[in-house]
Design a protein around this ligand. Structure first.
Ligand code: ADP
Ligand code: MG
Length: 288
C-alpha cells in the first residue's frame, strides 16, 4: 500500500501550483542531483521582441520585415509571433506557397515569385548561403531571398524574474549540477547561463541532440542520482519523456508537454521546482 504521507505531499505540492502525477515522482525528487533546463519559455519568458534589423545588399529594413513576416505566417514559434508583431500589418496568405517549417532551423517558403529562407545560422549553412556574423547578442533570424543573403533580425527574450533564484535554491537543496540546453545560438545561451548561474550550457541543439546530451549525463552519473528535465514542450517532449523526472511548464507549455511530463508547474515559475523538492523532503520525513 502507498503510505499516507505521499498523498499529503502531493496535496501540498498542488496547493503550491505543482501538479505531481504520482507518489513515485514526489519520492524521486529526494534524489535529484542534476537539473537540466530548456531555455526558451522555461528559464526565459518566451515572449520575443524584435530589437534590430541589419540589412545586406540592396535590401531595406522594410523589405526584411515584410519577407520575414510572410515566411513566418503560419509558424506558432514565439520567434515568428514577434516578427509578425513587428511587421504590424495584416498578412494575406494567398501571397505565399510551398510553406515548410524546418524544426530547429526555421522556415522555407515561396513568397510571390521569390524563394525565402528565414532561420538560424544552421539553416543558412545547410543551404550554402554565406551570411554576416552578427555583432549583437540575441536570437538571430537570417533571411535569404532567392538564395542570396538579405540580412538578419535580432530578437530578444527576457529571463523570468524567478529563474536566478530558482537555480540558487536548487543548489541549496543539494543539486550538484544545473545544465541548460537550447536550440538558440551560443552567444545568447552563454550570456543567459552566466547571468543565471547555470553550470553548463549546450547551445545550437536540435531536439534529438537534447536527448543525446541527457543520455551523456545519465551515463556519467551514479545510478541512484536522478536527473530532472524542465521544459515548455516546444520541441522538447522527447527529452521530457527520457529524463528520470520530466517537468513541464503548465501555463506556456504545450498540451503534448503536459501529457508527457511527470510533474507540471502550473504557474510557469522555475522556483516551484525547489518548493516541490522541499515538500518531497518533508514528505519523506513523515513517511519514514
Ligand atoms: P529552444 O531550444 O530555444 O526552445 P527551438 O528548438 O524551438 O529553440 O528552436 C531552435 C532554433 O531554431 C531557434 O533558436 C531559431 O534559431 C530556429 N527556429 C526555430 N523555429 C523558427 C522559426 N519559426 N523562425 C525562425 N527561426 C526558427
Ligand atoms: Mg523550447
Amino acid at each position: 500500500s502507498i503510505p499516507l504521507g505521499f498523498f499529503g505531499g502531493i496535496g501540498a505540492a498542488s496547493k503550491n501550483g505543482v501538479l505531481v502525477k504520482g507518489s513515485n515522482y514526489l519520492e524521486g525528487l529526494n534524489d535529484v542531483k542534476y537539473v537540466v533546463f530548456d531555455k526558451t519559455g522555461t528559464l526565459t519568458k518566451g515572449s520575443f521582441k524584435v530589437n534590430a534589423i541589419v540589412t545586406a545588399g540592396e535590401w531595406t529594413q522594410e523589405d526584411i520585415l515584410l519577407y520575414a513576416a510572410y515566411a513566418e505566417i503560419h509558424s506558432t514559434h514565439p520567434i515568428a509571433q514577434s516578427i509578425r508583431e513587428a511587421y504590424g500589418l495584416e498578412l494575406d496568405e494567398h501571397r505565399i506557397s510551398d510553406y515548410n517549417e524546418i524544426s530547429g532551423h526555421g522556415i522555407q517558403v515561396t513568397f510571390e515569385n521569390s524563394s525565402v529562407l528565414a532561420g538560424n545560422a544552421k539553416l543558412m549553412q545547410s543551404e550554402g548561403i554565406p551570411f554576416t556574423e552578427p555583432k549583437e547578442i540575441g536570437t538571430i533570424v537570417h533571411l535569404a531571398i532567392n538564395k542570396r543573403y538579405a540580412g538578419y533580425i535580432v530578437i530578444a527574450d527576457e529571463v523570468k524574474e524567478d529563474s536566478a533564484n530558482a537555480i540558487r535554491l536548487l543548489k541549496k537543496l543539494g543539486v550538484k549540477r544545473v545544465v541548460m540546453l537550447t536550440g538558440d545560438n551560443k552567444a545568447v545561451g552563454e550570456e543567459i547561463g552566466r547571468r543565471l548561474g547555470v553550470d553548463e550550457v549546450h547551445a545550437e541543439l536540435l531536439p534529438q541532440h537534447k536527448v543525446e546530451e541527457l543520455e551523456k549525463l545519465d551515463a556519467a552519473k551514479s545510478p541512484k542520482e536522478k536527473i530532472i528535465f524542465v521544459g515548455d514542450g516546444i520541441n522538447d517532449t522527447p527529452v521530457l519523456a527520457r529524463a528520470d523526472i520530466g517537468v513541464a511548464m503548465g501555463g506556456l507549455g504545450s498540451d503534448a508537454a503536459i501529457e508527457a511530463a511527470d510533474i507540471v508547474i502550473m504557474t510557469d515559475e522555475p522556483s516551484k521546482l525547489s518548493s516541490a523538492i522541499q515538500i518531497a523532503k518533508k514528505t519523506r520525513g513523515i513517511v519514514w
